[in-house]
Write a protein of this length. Structure first.
Length: 217
């Protein structure tokens, strides 16, 4: 089976199962989305959603957030992990947004990537979910599933992102990356499906009988 055929199967199954894809992280605007995505690094969305109401009660915009010390921020976001780094990044990026962007989140992925604590994946999420521009955020979970489904041979998330962008229509990217995340959580978990159990794994590789061995990013 060719890669394009597998991609078509993936799209069909995911679209049928997830016709609507709500954004997993609770937020009110692009600033709160940016902060929530930053906090989600090495942390579950569920935990982030438990922490952000208290954080955004403290400050829900960069002008207010810059007046809070990293210690105040840390005391709230500590359950998310990497608290010292994340609290410092939130404080510093709030300063930058106020000083350089009139308190607004820039609608430019390169500008976003220059903000403290904001990597390519985080910037891609904000650009796609916040501004609606085509992007395909790839984390280690999407990287793992793309390998299982024969959509990439990439050894890292950067190569996987490029491969997925080549085989899926651009107008599907923003929704598709969420659909893949939802499917992985529900049906294709790392330690349960092993590339041989879920509907997509069986459909893309019907003759696979042994657990799939991943290339780690």
């Amino acid at each position: 089976m060719r890669k394009a055929e597998r991609a078509s199967i993936v799209l069909k199954i995911l679209e049928a199962h997830y016709p609507k894809t709500p954004v997993p992280l609770d937020h009110q605007d692009n600033f709160t989305l940016l902060v929530a995505v930053l906090l989600s690094a090495q942390c579950t969305d569920e935990r982030v959603n438990k922490v952000t109401p208290k954080l955004f009660q403290l400050a829900d915009n960069p002008r207010d957030m810059r007046t809070k010390s990293p210690e105040e921020i840390y005391n709230i976001i500590k359950p998310c992990g990497l608290g010292p780094q994340k609290s410092k990044a939130i404080h510093e990026l709030s300063n930058i947004l106020c000083d350089s962007y009139n308190g607004e989140v820039p609608e430019d992925i390169k500008a976003l990537e220059k903000l403290p604590g904001v990597g390519h994946k985080t910037a891609s999420v904000v650009i796609s979910q916040g501004f609606g521009h085509p992007a395909f955020p790839v984390d280690t979970h999407i990287h793992r599933l793309a390998q299982r489904w024969g959509l990439t041979k990439g050894k890292n998330v950067q190569q996987t992102e490029q491969d997925l962008k080549k085989i899926f229509p651009q107008d599907s990217w923003n929704k598709l990356h969420l659909q893949i995340i939802f499917w992985g959580r529900e049906f294709c978990q790392a330690q349960q499906c092993h590339g041989v159990t879920c509907k997509i794994c069986r459909a893309t590789f019907p003759k696979r009988s042994r657990p799939f061995s991943h290339k780690k990013p």
